[in-house]
Design a binder for this molecule. Structure first.
Ligand SMILES: Cc1cc2nc3c(=O)[nH]c(=O)nc-3n(C[C@H](O)[C@H](O)[C@H](O)COP(=O)(O)OP(=O)(O)OC[C@H]3O[C@@H](n4cnc5c(N)ncnc54)[C@H](O)[C@@H]3O)c2cc1C
Length: 374
């Protein structure tokens, strides 16, 4: 008898695990996707003919096998990504990640250098996000680049709320000496195709059973049966194995409380010039009081040809559940859900694991689960 596998979500984690498990003809795979398309926020849409995704979705990975997997499905154009940070108090743009040479351009460089000189690498604190950055770059640099940005980014009142135990914390020195590549040594790129990653999703899923516009609203732990809703009509599906890449709290009736996420509204603006920024960099972070966190000159990412350019402006807003808040109380809440996971139920990806993950991590986690299931 075939093994019935239900996969919730068709982002990078759901689609990759479907691809791997479908190689075994004894597996019968059914996917459920609440959107009308696959790919989550990595699905390319168009505005005025300009391709864009929800925030720039650059692929980066330290692992050649992860690069080769994605590249075998959708050809990746390798290139170097650079970004800037605007500091309103200085009315200046600086490289991000931070660079020693930029300190010379700061109006308060004497104070900044004094603070940096007094720091001791042995005193780096990982008590919380704020204590880490204060101990790593001092109070003035923290104000310029981290304090407001992070509070906006995560929609929180204090950076003490955030755990220091996640990948955005730079474990080495957070100030670089010359290497302006955002992702350093990692293999970095974006698909050659003008529709970005779309063919990755559509090619893998074309011969699979996928229910789009169908949201899984409940999982019965004992029966391993899921309840879904399509246009107000409910149905049930029982499986031998469930892999959830969607929001964990929603399918378990919020039993341990609602998990906190930060969302984004995306404003699209077309301007009558070929590019908005210098050729060297693709986006700017805004670390001050502005409501937005990031503006992207999207043609730099997609290489779309047009006499005009598309800017996307990301504004933190409670309109979707995108960034899992890495707050101790939320991590504990997620652990409570995890402790109740039934047998033959697995979680994958950014929403499933309630952890900030990149595209490469979503692909890697799917490969790891595939090996575990073998
Ligand atoms: C604004 C932004 C910018 C980013 N930029 C980058 C970047 O530059 N580089 C990078 O590597 N990473 C980036 N990331 C992160 C990266 O894109 C994600 O980690 C990765 O795509 C996650 O894939 P996933 O499959 O785990 O989740 P998702 O892509 O979120 O897929 C989950 C899918 O499940 C569906 N779903 C959820 N709940 C249900 C349900 N109950 N029933 C049915 N379907 C459901 C959703 O509709 C979605 O399609 C960014 C993230 C954001 C938010």
């Amino acid at each position: 008898m075939k093994k019935k596998i239900a996969i919730i979500g068709t982002g990078f984690s759901g689609t990759t695990i479907a691809d791997l498990l479908s190689k075994d003809l004894n597996n019968s795979i059914t996917l459920f996707e609440s959107n009308s398309h696959p790919g989550g926020g990595c699905w390319t849409k168009y505005y005025g003919g300009h391709p864009y995704t929800l925030g720039p979705r650059i692929f980066y990975t330290p692992k050649s096998q992860t690069f080769e997997y994605l590249d075998s499905k959708v050809k990746i154009r390798q290139y170097i990504t650079r970004s800037l940070s605007y500091v309103e108090a200085d009315d200046n743009f600086y490289s991000y990640p931070l660079q020693w040479k930029d300190i010379e351009r700061m109006p308060d460089r004497v104070k900044v250098k004094g603070e940096l000189d007094s720091l001791n690498p042995k005193d780096i604190s990982i008590e919380n996000f704020e204590s880490y950055w204060l101990s790593a770059i001092g109070p003035t640099m923290y104000e310029k680049f981290v304090n407001n940005y992070s509070k906006k980014m995560w929609s929180i009142k204090s950076n003490k709320e955030l755990s220091a135990n996640f990948e955005w914390i730079n474990k080495g020195t957070p100030i670089r000496d010359g290497d302006e590549r955002l992702f350093g040594e990692q293999l970095t790129g974006y698909p050659y195709n003008i529709d970005g990653y779309n063919s990755f999703f559509s090619n893998i899923l074309k011969d699979k059973e996928v229910y789009y516009s169908t949201k899984v609203i409940h999982i019965d732990r004992d029966k391993l049966e899921l309840t879904f809703d399509k246009n107000g009509e409910q149905g049930k599906f029982s499986a031998d194995l469930i892999i959830n890449t969607g929001h964990t709290d929603e399918v378990f009736n919020f039993e341990h409380g609602e998990l906190a996420y930060s969302g984004r509204q995306l404003i699209k603006v077309v301007l009558p010039s070929e590019y908005a920024f210098d050729k060297d960099y693709e986006w700017v972070h805004y670390s001050g009081e502005e409501e937005y966190t990031r503006i992207v000159d999207f043609k730099k990412v997609t290489q779309h040809k047009s006499p005009n350019c598309l800017l996307t402006i990301e504004i933190p807003a409670d309109v979707n559940r995108l960034y899992p808040k890495q707050i101790e109380s939320e991590l504990t809440k997620y652990d409570n859900y995890r402790n109740d996971f039934p047998k033959n139920y697995f979680c994958l990806g950014r929403l499933g694991n309630f952890k900030y993950t990149g595209i490469c991590d979503a692909i890697d986690q799917a490969h790891d689960l595939f090996s575990d299931l073998k």
